[in-house]
Design a protein around this ligand. Sequence first.
Ligand code: ADP
Ligand code: MG
Length: 251
Amino acid sequence: MLSIRSVSKSFGALRALKGVSFDVPKSRIHGIIGPNGSGKTTLFNCITGHLKPEEGAILYQGQEITGSSSHLIAGMGVRRTFQGGKLVSSLTVLENVMSGMSQFSIRDYGDVFFRLPFRSSRKEAEIEEAAREALALVGMEKDAERWAVDLVWAERQFVQIARTLVSRPDLVLLDEPNSGMGTQETELVEDVIRRIRDRGVTVVVISHDVKMLMGLSDWVTVLNFGETIAAGTPEEVQNDPKVLEAYLGAE
Ligand code: ADP
Ligand code: MG
């Protein structure tokens, strides 16, 4: 589904990613862990076309997408969340989720842009149905008519996840989906991610929550200072001396 091949990305003198490689087969959960600043979000930005890597190649369903525009990549069935969970406060939960149908991100265009096209579209009912289904998957179907501004932090994160699903993507990238959440909410996030995978969607999850990722992922890549220091099944990675020393040992 996704193949990352020797991807490097620098910001001036800072080498944020150094030759990162991994493959994600279809319908798997791939975890990416690493301390703050290790390059996790930068990697997502390279995959989704928000940043262009200097070196390496990114293949999606066998097709090279390196350096393609974020619109094009989203249009091919790749959706993501952003760290921190921004929603449009002036829209309802349902409308926020429906806005995920557009391949343009809220970040890029603001609410006015996407409000018009789907409001006037004959497809609105279909999009609404898909949005309600996505909300049900994250356990928020009863919250559809609430205003986004009234949501608490954890609810925002779940709405962001629902927003990635409305267009029925093949690949979903989740950036710190349980950040700022307690144990119980984190367990709900885990359930949601498994349900997404069970629908045949491939999921790549970033987290600094080692415990969550180890329990959830089929395969884990560990980044440290932009480099892959370990990769394998959770069991393999957990017992890797390099990981214990550089990261897990410090937990
Ligand atoms: P993580 O998501 O693992 O916490 P990031 O990918 O956000 O890490 O950042 C990796 C490194 O690259 C950090 O040192 C960060 O400060 C730097 N960085 C990220 N984005 C930019 C940017 N747009 N411009 C300059 N430096 C950046
Ligand atoms: Mg990050």
